[in-house]
Design a binder for this molecule. Structure first.
Ligand code: BO1
Ligand code: ZN
Length: 269
């Protein structure tokens, strides 16, 4: 049994008792107040954000009981530039957060507005650290690219993931990826982003993440989100805890945390 989740009993407001870092002053997500963002032309746009993700890097789709997660082998993956400067980061995994309805589900909000979901591409700094675990303890160890999901037309690359989710409907299930899935096709067609220094949004809530959030959303269909909502929080064979929603993985987002004295910067439209 996991010691944290998104329920009333073990949800975000309780995490701090087992994960003291959750009470820090550099926590994520945050609300992005767009008229308080600092445009940072020199520092950010002088080094454009660049990435490379071979479709063969996506290896295993996992249901950890609180989201879906694609584990990658990192091979040939690359993220650098922008707030990351010359450090080179490798893709570790990508995963998603979503709601019970299309009006909520993102972790970050923009001017108080939530989106239907939020995709996270999780990277670690290979210029300075030897493993993901080592990087996760360092203030400049991780970089997460965030993409907001809104309801619209079917997303073709996301559909490859949605089609596999019935094979990992229960906690602990894993499916190996045969058909290539290209995470760069999950990014919007405009590179404008907001960036700030924050944390992992789940326990242990390490304050090790440079957040880079694309301003432009991607569209996924209502049906695709419903496939996400069909994942189960419990293992096959385990009895449905059945408090609510038949143990469905929904509302797996942490609410916004105080920005405090941190600076939000922007680059591009
Ligand atoms: S997120 O992108 O901020 N939602 C995020 C949250 C957690 C992780 C990655 C991205 N990874 C976690 C693992 C934990 C591990 C921790 C520190 O990293 O899920 O098992 O303890 O290494
Ligand atoms: Zn996440």
């Amino acid at each position: 049994k996991s010691e944290w989740d998104y329920s009333v009993q073990n949800g975000p407001s309780t995490w701090v008792s087992k994960f003291p870092m959750a009470a820090g002053s550099r926590q994520s997500p945050v609300n992005i107040e767009t008229d308080r963002v600092e445009s940072d032309h020199e520092a950010l746009s002088s080094k454009p954000l660049r990435w490379k993700y071979p479709a063969t890097a996506s290896r295993k789709l996992v249901n950890p009981g609180y989201c879906w997660r694609m584990d990658t082998n990192g091979e040939g993956t690359f993220l650098s530039g922008g707030p990351l400067m010359d450090d080179v980061y490798k893709l570790e995994q990508y995963h998603c957060h979503w709601g019970c309805s299309d009006s909520r589900g993102s972790e970050h909000t923009v001017n108080g507005q939530a989106f239907a979901g939020e995709l996270h591409l999780v990277h670690w700094n290979t210029s300075k650290y030897n493993t993901f675990a080592e990087a996760a303890k360092a203030s400049d160890g991780l970089a997460v690219l965030g993409v907001f999901l809104k309801v619209g037309k079917t997303h073709d690359e996301m559909e490859k993931i949605a089609r596999l989710l019935p094979y990992v409907s229960h906690k602990g299930e894993v499916v190996e990826i045969a058909e290539p899935i290209d995470p760069s096709k999950l990014l919007p067609d405009d590179n404008g982003y907001w960036t700030y220094l924050g944390s992992l949004t789940t326990p242990p809530c390490n304050e090790s993440v440079t957040w880079i959030l694309f301003k432009k959303c991607i569209e996924v269909s209502h049906h695709q989100l419903n496939i996400f909502r069909n994942l189960r929080k419990f293992s096959r064979g385990e009895e449905c805890p059945c408090h609510e929603n038949h143990g469905a993985v929904i509302n797996n987002f942490r609410p916004p945390m105080p920005l405090g004295n941190r600076v939000l910067r922007e680059c591009g439209s």
